[in-house]
Design a protein around this ligand. Structure first.
Ligand code: MN
Ligand code: MN
Length: 467
């Protein structure tokens, strides 16, 4: 489904009427491919800078300012480009359009949280017999626990001290900084482990990080390695053990985003669900000028745990933006809006084809995926896009010559997944899911085709511009 590449002279019934599935790379050639590759370099840089939601907010703000966005004033002006933050974990980029706000917005909403390990409230302990200090974690989002062991991990987040100061922490990203790791059982002792079911191979309570091995030289202290860590933490950051209780500390893979493949066609990195859509929406909003409708690129937290809480899409940030733009007409403005739930879906994994229904699954490199419904079982929890609304998008991609495909996560009843789409439709906003398809979703190293991230950006921009 590469719009605009079909030959003009269609001879037979197949050429005339059948659906065509073509690689997006056939469309991205010459200058377009150069632009795509340049975009991908910026994308990898963004992935490295925005591993957690708070960092995504600061990086989006930094890049938005560079693109001319200003903090949203009391009275937003027509044509104005504004950013607005919420609780350090949400941000929106608004480009005010020509039409009155009551006529609705063009919303592209992506999530900036990704599956990971969080530190528990009292994380630090010593395993005396083993001679090491450890950190307890609690996993966040849908992970396959056995994928998160034996991996160099970094600590990101904030620690608020009693004196009112907030420490921002990022440790394990620079080459000279230490990393942390969850140790798995040696292959030599894995007889029992290898007989366990996948979900039990590594259990949640065994996702503990090694964080120290050097004891203090003091015979009166019992937990000598833990004491050394506490001493070091206090010396370096001025923190005491109680400070962990209130902290937001997240453990993420320490590696940088990399090109994958002899042809450098793919990106491998942590957090591409959903930083691929985040970056694509950020770039689209940055390039938008004087649109007809006011456009809102919305970046929210907590999607991976059900969008709960203040900073999930179930919170009220979207209403606060709508009120700033439309005043008392904000409910009508939302109900007249169109939205893209900008999120990733699964691409066909070549080693596990039996999990997919081949006609309806998305392929890596075949363009942005327009998803009519998600959910699981009998389409439960899915906010299916209507025939009319989906067809509006088919015309949009065709008019703008954007390579696209459709897709579903896997075979019926194999599993499933949700997005924030249904929380947008709850507000009366017509919504379609659209974004790149990834391989190894929710793993420490997700794979995206550069062509798919780029065509997602092209779609989001065309959508923001559309009448
Ligand atoms: Mn997602
Ligand atoms: Mn996800």
């Amino acid at each position: 489904m590469v719009a605009g590449t079909k030959k003009k002279s269609k001879k037979n019934a197949e050429e005339k009427f059948a659906l065509e599935r073509v690689s997006a790379w056939n469309y991205y050639k010459g200058n377009k491919r150069n632009a795509l590759m340049k975009f991908s370099e910026e994308y990898k840089h963004f992935l490295d800078k925005a591993k957690i939601e708070r960092e995504a907010v600061s990086e989006i703000e930094r890049l938005a300012k560079k693109a001319g966005f200003k903090r949203m004033p009391e009275k937003p002006a027509r044509g104005g480009k504004y950013f607005l933050e919420y609780k350090n974990r949400n941000i929106a980029l608004v480009v005010v359009g020509k039409k009155p706000p009551k006529d609705g917005f063009r919303i592209v909403a992506a999530h900036i949280d990704s599956p990971r390990l969080d530190l528990k409230q009292i994380p630090l302990y010593e395993e005396e017999e083993a001679g090491v200090a450890m950190l307890e974690t609690h996993y966040y989002g849908g992970i396959k626990k056995f994928q998160w062991v034996n991996h160099p991990m970094a600590i990101h987040g904030v620690i608020c001290l009693k004196n009112g100061k907030t420490l921002e922490l990022s440790l394990g990203e620079k080459p000279d900084e230490p990393v942390f790791t969850v140790p798995d059982i040696a292959a030599h002792l894995s007889r029992k482990q290898s007989e366990k079911k996948g979900g039990k191979v590594v259990e949640g309570e065994n996702l503990n990080l090694i964080c120290g091995n050097m004891p203090v030289d003091d015979k009166d202290i019992k937990k000598k390695v833990k004491a050394m860590i506490l001493e070091q933490l206090n010396k370096r950051y001025g923190i005491i053990e109680e400070d962990f209780v209130s902290a937001d500390l997240e453990i993420v893979p320490a590696e940088k985003a990399r090109d994958v493949g002899f042809d450098n066609s793919m990106v491998g990195a942590y957090g591409q669900d959903d930083k691929s859509c985040t970056f694509a929406a950020l770039k689209a909003a940055s390039e938008l000028k004087n649109p007809e409708y006011t456009s809102v690129a919305l970046f929210v937290d907590k999607e991976e745990i059900g969008s709960e809480g203040l900073t999930g899409i179930k919170g009220r940030f979207l209403e606060l933006i709508a009120i700033k733009l439309a005043g008392k007409d904000y409910i009508e403005a939302l109900a007249n809006s169109k939205a893209i739930s900008a999120d990733t879906t699964g691409a066909l994994n070549p080693d596990y084809k039996d999990l997919y229904e081949m006609k309806n699954t998305a392929r890596l490199g075949y363009g942005v995926v327009l998803v009519k419904y998600g959910g699981s079982g009998g389409k439960y929890y899915s906010s299916e896009a209507s025939a009319e609304f989906f067809a509006w998008f088919r015309k949009l991609v065709s008019d703008n010559k954007i390579p696209w495909q459709t897709g579903e996560l896997g075979k019926v009843d194999e599993g499933g997944g949700g997005t924030i789409a249904s929380y947008l439709t709850d507000r009366g906003i017509e919504t379609l899911d659209a974004g790149p398809a990834l391989i190894s979703l929710h793993s420490p190293f997700e794979i995206a085709s550069k062509a798919d991230v780029y065509s997602s950006y092209e779609l989001y921009l065309a959508f923001m511009k559309a009448n």
